[in-house]
Structure formats: C-alpha cells, structure tokens
Write a protein of this length. Structure first.
Length: 329
C-alpha cells in the first residue's frame, strides 16, 4: 500500500522560495517574497534590488508539459506582438540557465515555479464604449497573433468534452446519481451539446484561445495597450468562447451591457473578422462556461475550498440558473 501525501495542497514558505530560487535568476538581490494571492495557483510578489516580479507556484495537477506549452506560447506571442498597437502580454523571466521554470518538491508532490514580470498599469473595468472598443481591438490582435504561432507541443482542446462532458462527470460524482438534480443536469448537458451541433459549430472561428479571458487577466492597461496574462488555459477552441467570458463581466451595469458589447464587437471587427454566426454562438458559450465553472468548483472542494459552501444552496443556484437559460424545455 502506497503512502499518501501528507497534504493535498500546501502553501510554500516564502523564505523557502527565496532560498530555493533567488540564485537561479539574474534579477538582483531579493528584498521581499510576499504570499500575494491564493487562486487556482499560488502567487507571490517578489521585490528585488532591480524591481518587482510575480512568482507563480502552480498547483500540483499542472505538469511540466503544461507549463512548457504555456511558456512556449508566451515566447512566440512576445515576438509576434512586438509592434502591436493595442496588445502586449505578461512575459516570463528566464533563469540564468536560460530555462523558464523550476520543479519544487512540496508535501503534496511536485509543483512548478515560474517568475513573471510585474505588470504595472490600471485595471480597466470596461464600463464605457471607448474602453470596450479598444479592448475589442486588443482581443482581435491577440487572436490574430495566436494564428501566427506554431505550437507543436501536445495539448488538449477547449472542446465540448472539456466544457461539458468532464464537468458533468465531476458534478454527478460529487452530488451522486440519486440526487434529485442529477437527472436534470444530465438532460441539460445533453441538450446543450445538441444546441452546439445545431449551430454548425464546425464553421465557427476555431483557433488558439486565451482560455480565461475575463477579469484582470486581460484588462490591465498601460497607456493604449491592454496587457494579457495568465495563459494557463490557453488551447485551441472557439473564439466565441473566449469572447463569451468578456460579455458576462460582472462589473458592467445591466443597462449598459448591450451597448458596451456592440462597442467591443465593433473594435474587434476593425482588426479581424467575426461572423454573425460566431456572435450568435457567444450566448451559448456563456452557458457552457458557467457549466464548466460549476465543474471547476467541484474539482477544488477536496483540496482547497472545502464542502461547506458547496451544498444544497450552491447546487440549487446553478440548477435555477440553468433552467432560466432556456436550454431544456
């Protein structure tokens, strides 16, 4: 019988990280390593004699191959976007040996560490038409750049398997087949997939996507450029899925959402095409994204969030939301 790890998810001591990593980077003398944010991964803010940096410690489920893909993409995008008017990315910092990451041993297993440049700038809440138009231009420039990179490393796709099938399996395993919501969720997932088939999704714009185009992952602004970062979920998928995450930003007033979305679409189309069929599919991808988020909630209950807040109220809220989506008649 194998011995199980003593932890499912640990928080690494900043002093340990400084000891393990400070000599590997040519970024000056470390003055501070501060645990900054606990998200899907752990983020530390590092201050050295040469400036500020962001250190990401990936959760143990993220493999070296995953990180290699992300860093390869970032390297290529940085070159392609060198003269882009509206768009830049948050690139990683190479180590002295010209590699991009370090594998650390944690109580739960191996965790990969990557240093990124610290992004100065202002978070734009996309609350006015001018900002939305400019962000649309930037999102289009990013997609255009992604069409020009050559990713040969293996990678999953942001397809219906990842967005619907795998979340459904996790959700049903968590709530149990006998839960009264299980039958509805099965029907909802099946019908949602059928809707996608009916939209002739094969004709939709498909290519490399950011994969998590929401919140401050994409809306930090430096002068006239938006700085896109956190490409952990980047993979081939439908561009309508990428933009769906922007359309449902919670910080926009409901009264202004339609006008702001039209401005974003106008900005996007000023750079590259986005068909009427693609735009019509966005609302369907909004629903698929929410189903994926529900499955993501479940994935982190055991190792991070705990079950207390993921009981009947959480389940009922999602079921009600999905019933109101008018997918299941």
């Amino acid at each position: 019988m194998s011995i199980q790890p003593t932890a499912l998810r640990s928080v690494l001591n900043p002093r340990y990280l400084e000891s393990a990593l400070s000599n590997q980077y040519d970024i000056g003398t470390w003055e501070e390593c501060l645990f900054w944010l606990r998200g899907l991964n752990d983020t530390y803010r590092v201050r050295t004699s040469s400036g500020m940096y962001i250190l990401r410690i990936y959760r143990t489920e993220i493999t070296e191959a995953d990180v290699q893909y992300e860093l390869s993409l970032l390297s290529q995008l940085k070159n392609v976007l060198g003269s882009a008017e509206h768009t830049d990315i948050g690139e990683y910092i190479e180590k002295k040996d010209h590699t991009g990451y370090t594998v650390l041993e944690a109580a739960e297993g191996k965790r990969v560490a990557v240093m990124f440049r610290y992004i100065e700038g202002t978070e734009n809440n996309l609350e006015d038409e001018e900002s939305c138009y400019a962000f649309g231009q930037s999102a289009a420039e990013l997609h255009e750049a992604m069409d020009q990179v050559n990713m040969e490393l293996p990678r999953y796709e942001l397809d219906l398997k990842l967005l619907i099938d795998e979340p459904l399996e996790r959700i049903i395993h968590y709530i149990g087949e006998n839960n009264e919501a299980a039958a509805f969720l099965h029907t909802f997932a099946t019908t949602l997939k059928e809707r996608f088939v009916a939209t002739s999704r094969q004709d939709l714009d498909f290519g490399l996507c950011h994969g998590d185009m929401h919140g401050n992952n994409n809306v930090f602004q430096q002068e006239h450029q938006f700085i896109h970062y956190d490409f952990e979920w980047a993979a081939k998928g439908w561009r309508a899925y990428d933009l769906a995450q922007v359309k449902v930003r919670k910080r926009q007033s409901e009264e202004r959402k339609a006008v702001l979305w039209d401005a974003l679409m106008a900005g996007y189309r000023s750079v590259r095409s986005f068909s009427a069929e693609d735009e019509q599919a966005v609302d369907l991808f909004i629903v698929a994204r929410r189903f994926w988020v529900m499955g993501l909630d479940v994935a982190f209950i055991e190792s991070d969030t705990g079950a207390l807040d993921y009981g009947s109220d959480w389940l009922d809220s999602f079921v009600e939301e999905f019933r109101e989506a008018d997918i299941v008649s």
